[in-house]
Design a protein. Sequence first.
Length: 361
Amino acid sequence: MRNIPPLVQPSRQHFDMLDGLRGIAAIAVVIFHFMEWVYTDPGKNFIGHGFLAVDFFFCLSGFVIGYAYDNRIAKMGLRNFFAARLIRLHPLVILGSVLGLLGFFLDPFTNNAGLYSAGQLVLIFLCSILMSPYPVMKDRAFNLFGLNAPAWSLFWEYVANVVYAFVLCRLKRAYLVVLAVLSAIAVCLVVRRAGTIVGGWNGHTFWDGGARVSYSFIAGLLVYRFNWIIKNKLGFAGLTVLLLLAVLMPFSKWNWLTELFVVLLYFPLLIALGAGATLTPRFHKICVFSGNISYPLYMTHYMVLWAWGNYYGKYKPNTTQLFFIVSASIVVLIGFAYLVMRVYDMPVRKYLTAKWKKANV
């Protein structure tokens, strides 16, 4: 019998407040994706900085991965670590790709299927489920993953997990600080060139995503390693307001500076506050629900976004219609994400975990 540690982590403190904030960030991303079709000028978009929620995800991931695995990755081994991460993340990568393919063929407002041969579509789909960037869909702005655009950040999340397992988990804090400084310089160079940090999602800005995840993931890991947990009584409502301030802040001539401030300093501070905040019982269920639907929502919502963009471009709904369509769509997508979580994601992860454990007994 091989002595392989279980994939499931022993019972430890769970940061429900951070889970709740992750859900708020996911909803902000969905709203941003709807509204960027309406406001092609991000300066006029009330949630024009919604893309910064991705940097919050990266930072939160660094904190959570450090907390969950720093003290046990050596014992559990790389095979178990990578199996645990794949089981946690990949079922929704596959489902998001399937939904994206269905959305591509069933979009009632355009007919772009004829732009690609069957062989090309098969390759695009395979690259999507295998998390291999393939930015070839011109009609979809050369997204790294044309069938499910948000998967670009999951690609970098995978990269961060690999680097963590082989390098970061072994580094002392001083070396992590050096890497954080170098990564911060890379982020500054990206913003200096582009005037914004929004890149990383398509072939042209591919390496911008590497800079974004490098700094934010390491920053989150440093928050954990240095135990920068700030005890406070801001509560879920207060921290939600602080998070929304980042994605709702207006554009200005100082945009390059404000985005750098948010990514380099504000989000790590928000993680430290979220980890140290007191969660009242009345918000506990909200945070649990918010955290549970965050990843399913993020990975499934784009199935309707291309159709929405084509609909908006064709019919140009007025403000009242826009409000009701977007609001109703977000409610439906949240409900769908919950259904996906209960019917697909949780059962599949439970099944795969059991199979992995049985295979290694």
